[in-house]
Write a new protein. Structure first.
Length: 549
C-alpha cells in the first residue's frame, strides 16, 4: 500500500497545524529507515503510561488516540494517511499520556526514535515540522485536560503545589475540585481514598499517589532523575532558566559531559511569561513555555542530562571536585559549575499574605493561573514588563483587571510597547503612584485596599486573584558561606571578587554565575542566554588549565 491524500469524515480536522501530513518525499526518506507493517482493528500501537516505541506514520487506515477515564475511553483525536502519531514525548522520552488504537485496519510505517531524532537533526524542513507539531500537540493535550488527574481542595496548599508543578513542567493534567465537582468524592470512593487523604494524583485510571512530593510525581511521569545517568560531569549547571538552558545547549554540543538541574521546571521565570515580544528573531513574539520547550529539546539533542526536580542546597569541595549538595541528601561532583538559579519575586509586605498565598496570590501568569481568573476581578501589582505582560494576559480571561503601579508613570520601568497597549485597553484600569496596604476576605481573597502615595487616600478594589511582580531577590542563599555574596544576596563575579577571576567567575575558581543571580546582570532573556553561552567558553578555559597542571 502507498500513502494517499484521502480523508474520511471521521478524521479529526487539523485546525491548529498540529497534525500536518508528511510529503511523499518525507515518507520515502523515513521509509528507508523504518519498517512497514499491516495493522489490525483494535491493535494498540502504544499505550498510556509506557514509552512510545517508535514514530508511527499512518500509510492507510485510521488510528484513534484515546485516554482512559473512569474505565471508559475518551477519544482525543482520529488520524489517517500521512499523519504521524505521538507528541512531545517523541523527543523527550517521557511516557505517553495517551493510547493509540487502530480504528480501521491498514498499514503504518514504524521508525525507531533514534532514527527519527537523527533525521530531525539533519533535515531542517522535517525537523521544524516535527518539533512544531509536537509542541502544539502538547499544548492541545493540556487544553483538553488529558493525562493526570489531580483531585483536591482549592483551599489546599499541597493541591496548589502539585498543580503548579504539573503546569510548569507542561504535564497534561485535569484538575478536579472537591469543592465544586459533585463526582469527585464518588471517584475517590472507587479508588479507596478518603477526602482527608487528598490531594491525590491519578494516572491511567489506576495508579494513585497520595499527596506526592515533586520528586515522586516527577518519577511517575518519567522526568529524568540523577539515578538515570552518571553523577560526575565536566559541567554541572544549577538552574534551568534561559542562562542554564543556553549553557546546556552549548556545553553539550561542544562535547562536555553536561548535567542540568532545576528545583521546579525548565524555563525559569521566562517560562512563566505568557508572551515575550522583544526577543531577537521572533517579531510576532514567543511564549515563555514554547521557548523553554524548544531549548529543552535542543539540549537533549546534544546529550545534556536534564534532571527535574532536583534542588541544590549547598556547595563544598572534595578531592578537586566541586560538590553540589541536593535536598535529598545526595551530592553531585563536577569539574566546573555554573550557577544560574536566577531570582525570585519579592513578596508584598502586607498582613495576611501567607494566608491568601494558598489560594489567591500568584507570582506567574500562565494558563494554569489563568484558570483562576475567568470572569472574576483580578489585580496585578508591579510596574515592570512582567506585570505589564501579566495584565494583558489575564484580561483575556476576565472582564476587569486593575494594575497597581508604585511609580508615577507606566514607562518608568516598563517597555513603551507594553505601556501603550495597556493604556489603550479599556479592560485594564491603571492606578499610578499607589500601593497595596491590606488584603480582605475570609477563606479566599475578596478585595485589596490600595493607598494613593500622593494623597494618602485609600480605595477598596475587588480582587479574587492577586498577581505580584514587584522586583526580584537573587536565589543564591544556598551558596552562602561557600561563595562571596554581595549585600543584596547576588553573586559578584570577575574583577569584583579577584584579579585572577575570569568574567562570570565567582570567588571560587571554576565556579561561574550567569543570569539574574549574578551581581550586575541585565534582566533580559537575551542577556541571560548570552551569559550562559559565554560561561561555556570560560569553562573550557578552566578545564584546559586543569589538564595542563
Amino acid at each position: 500500500m502507498s500513502p494517499t491524500d484521502s480523508t474520511t469524515s471521521q478524521e479529526t480536522p487539523d485546525l491548529f497545524g498540529a497534525y500536518p501530513r508528511l510529503s511523499e518525499e518525507q515518507i520515502d526518506e523515513l521509509g528507508a529507515r523504518g519498517k512497514r507493517r499491516v495493522t489490525t482493528e483494535g491493535e494498540v500501537l502504544y499505550k498510556e503510561g509506557e514509552p512510545i516505541p517508535a514514530l508511527f506514520v499512518i500509510l492507510s487506515g485510521l488510528v484513534a488516540v484515546v485516554e482512559e477515564v473512569d474505565g471508559d475511553e475518551r477519544v482525543i483525536g482520529i488520524h489517517g494517511p500521512r499523519r504521524f502519531l505521538g507528541e512531545l514525548n517523541l523527543l523527550t522520552g517521557q511516557p505517553s499520556f495517551t493510547t493509540a488504537r487502530v480504528r480501521e485496519p491498514g498499514e503504518v510505517l514504524a521508525v525507531a526514535l533514534d532514527e527519527l531524532r537523527e533525521r530531525v537533526n539533519n533535515d531542517t524542513a522535517l525537523g521544524d515540522l516535527v518539533i512544531r507539531a509536537c509542541l502544539l500537540r502538547r499544548s492541545l493535550l493540556i487544553g483538553q485536560g488529558a493525562g493526570l488527574r489531580i483531585i483536591g481542595s482549592r483551599y489546599s496548599a499541597d493541591a496548589r503545589r502539585l498543580r503548579e508543578f504539573a503546569a510548569r513542567n507542561r504535564i497534561p493534567h485535569a484538575w478536579i475540585d472537591l469543592e465544586e465537582d459533585p463526582e469527585a468524592e464518588t471517584m475517590l470512593r472507587k479508588l479507596g481514598v478518603s477526602p482527608d487523604e487528598t490531594p491525590v494524583v491519578i494516572w491511567r485510571g489506576e495508579e494513585v499517589l497520595r499527596n506526592p512530593t515533586k520528586a515522586e510525581l516527577g518519577r511517575m511521569i518519567g522526568l529524568r532523575t540523577l539515578a538515570d545517568g552518571p553523577r560526575d560531569c565536566d559541567l554541572l549547571i544549577v538552574g534551568a532558566g534561559p542562562a542554564g538552558l543556553a549553557a546546556a545547549v552549548y556545553a553539550a554540543s561542544e562535547g562536555l559531559e553536561t548535567i542540568l538541574l532545576d528545583s521546579v521546571a525548565t524555563g525559569g521565570r521566562a517560562a512563566t511569561t505568557s508572551q515575550i515580544e522583544n526577543y531577537l528573531g521572533f517579531p510576532a513574539g514567543i511564549s515563555g513555555t514554547e521557548l523553554a520547550d524548544r531549548a529543552l529539546v535542543q539540549a537533549r539533542k546534544f546529550g545534556a542530562q536534564i534532571n527535574v526536580p532536583a534542588e541544590a542546597t549547598g556547595l563544598h569541595s572534595d578531592d578537586g571536585h566541586h560538590m553540589v549538595e541536593l535536598e535529598d541528601g545526595t551530592e553531585v561532583p563536577c569539574h566546573a559549575l555554573l550557577i544560574a538559579t536566577g531570582a525570585r519575586y519579592r513578596k508584598l509586605p502586607v498582613p495576611r499574605l501567607e494566608e491568601f498565598e494558598k489560594t489567591s496570590v500568584f507570582y506567574a501568569a500562565t494558563p494554569m493561573e489563568a484558570r483562576f481568573c475567568e470572569n472574576v476581578p483580578v489585580t496585578i501589582v508591579g510596574g515592570g514588563n512582567a506585570a505589564g505582560q501579566a495584565a494583558i494576559f489575564v484580561c483575556e480571561r476576565t472582564s476587569r483587571a486593575t494594575l497597581i503601579v508604585r511609580e508615577r508613570s507606566l514607562t518608568e520601568y516598563m517597555s513603551r510597547y507594553l505601556a501603550d497597549r495597556i493604556e489603550r485597553d479599556p479592560r485594564i484600569e491603571v492606578m499610578l503612584h499607589s500601593e497595596v496596604r491590606e488584603l480582605l476576605g475570609d477563606e479566599v481573597l475578596e478585595a485589596v485596599v490600595v493607598e494613593d502615595n500622593e494623597t494618602g487616600e485609600r480605595t477598596e478594589v475587588p480582587a479574587k486573584a492577586l498577581f505580584v511582580f514587584i522586583g526580584f531577590e537573587p536565589h543564591a542563599e544556598w551558596v552562602d558561606g561557600a561563595l562571596e555574596l554581595a549585600e543584596d544576596g547576588s553573586i559578584p563575579t570577575g574583577f569584583a571578587v579577584a584579579d585572577w577571576a575570569l568574567p562570570l567567575e565567582t570567588s571560587r575558581r571554576g565556579v561561574f554565575a550567569a543570569g539574574d543571580v549574578r551581581r550586575g546582570a541585565v534582566q533580559r532573556v537575551a542577556a541571560a542566554v548570552g551569559e550562559g553561552a559565554m560561561a561555556v567558553r570560560l569553562t573550557h578555559q578552566r578545564l584546559d588549565e586543569a589538564l595542563r597542571h
